[in-house]
Design a protein around this ligand. Structure first.
Ligand code: HEM
Length: 477
């Protein structure tokens, strides 16, 4: 049986009674075990994620089933049958770390693939689109959907005031208010990379790509009433479902598909290919099957793995890269920056975040550098040893850009925020449309009449029946 020690290895003599001056006396400062235990406890909480604070994670495997090497040289896709270890974290967006899982919200779908040439993170959602087109609005989105600065409570008025003032948000709002706004569990939802990314093949040719993960468990959702009943008795319903299904050996699976656009087509395609509020219809860019993702091992420790996991869209590998999507570009800064604050400058060395391939960098020192700090290896470059040199063979093809530097209002170039939400609305069956109206009414019910009318106006522009249905449902509340 292992024995209790202090953090520094000395035996702990008594873990029940503090040292006091006499049987009834006050505590003694020399009870250093009390001081150590209390001081550690006092520092146990780290900042929660600014968004997506509540989540659950699992380890898994990605296996290639179809050949896409003509589009990308990424090692993860290099041959059929190839397996890559990965870690996934699913989350809700708006709630804090203790929030209930079965809330109406987007779900995060963050994946970290430990590839042979570094970690590739795909930090997506369960929706193919997003509320915004410009990263400057992201802190405002956060403030509008989180707690009101005066009351400390969530505010339907703030939330819907903001959404309804951004017509480009209507597509995402429609998804979130539809049946898909409350997945039954993390296993029963699709995942999307959402942004357009680059694929680069071995001839250094670029393609534009979007990623879709289709759940093999089938889509299943909860109504507002079902979710309310679940939350009343279980705030961890998604987390529990994921954990228990993996413990039972029922490993959840998703099939990965890509949509591929030739680089030059981006100039002429009628939908702006780097607009995160729009999808590429499958009729124009069909889904190409790639492989299967399976989650098959629960973390041994929630904090060490799930809480300390740091996903970042900046983590790309040869064969996969960015696109001019302004939102993606904004995210490239935000994640590493927040993780340097949330976990520290050496968060890349925490085992869940560290690459599983060899890695050598000249970064040194910093708080919590616990891996030996590269010992006596040279810490500068160029150096006379010729070690750890840059790798020009991996240079990406140049990205052609043009135009003057400036702040461009996308609303002047693109007025079509309504056709895709309208198409989505028209695809829904009558009972699905009715639930969309009623879900919206319940969610916007606490907002002012002005805000409600503005949202109804936006819905009507997508489809008059959408606006009318929401108006009637609000009136019937
Ligand atoms: C988490 C910022 C847009 C998906 C986060 C975090 C920040 C952030 C600061 C917390 C990260 C951490 O503490 O580790 C932003 C900004 C955005 C943006 C500035 C836009 C400019 C998006 C979009 C998606 C997304 C478009 C999906 C397509 C996620 C997910 C997480 C997350 C899944 C949780 C990752 C995890 O499980 O650890 N975001 N975000 N975000 N974001 Fe974003």
């Amino acid at each position: 049986m292992k024995k209790l020690t202090t953090a520094f290895g000395a035996p702990v003599v008594d873990n029940q009674n503090i040292q006091t001056a006499g049987r009834r006396g006050p505590a003694l400062l020399q009870d250093v075990w009390l001081l150590e235990k209390m001081a550690h406890f006092d520092r146990e909480v780290i900042p929660e994620r600014r968004m997506h604070a509540k989540g659950a994670g699992a380890h898994g495997t990605f296996t290639v089933t179809h050949d896409i090497i003509k589009y990308t040289k990424a090692k993860i896709f290099s041959e059929i049958g190839k397996k890559t270890q990965m870690f996934a974290r699913f989350s809700t967006v708006a709630g804090e770390r203790g929030a209930a899982d079965a809330e109406r919200d987007i779900r995060g779908f963050a994946l970290k693939f430990y590839t042979d040439e570094g970690n590739w993170d795909l930090v997506g959602n369960n929706t193919p689109v997003f509320f915004l087109r410009d990263p400057l609005k992201f802190p405002d989105l956060n403030h509008a959907i989180k707690r009101d600065p005066r009351t400390g409570m969530r505010s339907a008025d703030n939330n819907w005031d903001f959404w309804s003032l951004l017509p480009e948000a209507l597509h995402q709002v429609t998804v979130v208010m539809s049946d898909r706004g409350i997945p039954k569990s993390f296993r029963h939802m699709h995942g999307f990379g959402s942004h357009t990314y680059s694929f680069i093949n071995s001839e250094n040719k670029r393609f534009w790509v979007k990623f879709t993960f289709k759940t093999q468990q089938g889509i299943q959702n909860l109504t507002d009433a079902e979710a309310g009943d679940i939350i009343a008795s279980d705030r961890e319903s998604h987390q529990r479902d994921l954990y228990e299904s993996i413990e039972r050996g029922e490993f959840p699976r998703w099939k990965l598909y890509v949509q591929i656009m030739n680089e030059e087509d981006a100039n002429t395609y009628h939908i702006h290919p780097f607009d995160l509020t729009k999808v590429w219809p499958h009729s124009d860019y069909p889904l190409i099957e790639v492989g299967i993702l399976e989650l098959n091992r629960n973390p041994d420790n929630f904090f060490a793995e799930t809480e300390q996991a740091a996903f970042s869209p900046a983590n790309i590998v040869p064969g996969i890269s960015f696109s001019p999507d302004k939102m993606l570009q904004g995210r490239l800064f935000s994640y590493g920056d927040t993780q340097r604050y949330r976990l520290g400058v050496n968060h890349s060395l925490i085992p869940i975040n560290a690459p599983q391939c060899p890695f050598h960098s000249y970064h040194r020192d910093g708080a919590m550098r616990v891996d030996g700090n590269s010992g006596g290896a040279t810490s500068y470059e160029p150096n006379r040893h010729g070690e750890w040199q840059e790798q020009p063979d991996f240079a990406e093809p140049p990205l052609a850009i043009n135009g003057d530097a400036g702040r461009f209002n996308f609303r002047e170039d693109d007025h079509d925020y309504y056709s895709q939400p309208g198409n989505l609305f028209r695809m829904l069956k009558p009972d699905e449309q009715q639930r969309l109206f009623e879900n919206t009414a319940r969610a916007i019910g606490g907002a002012s009449k002005e805000v409600q009318d503005r949202h109804i106006g936006n819905c009507s522009k997508a489809d008059p029946a959408y606006g009318e249905g929401v108006a009637k449902a609000i009136a019937a509340l």
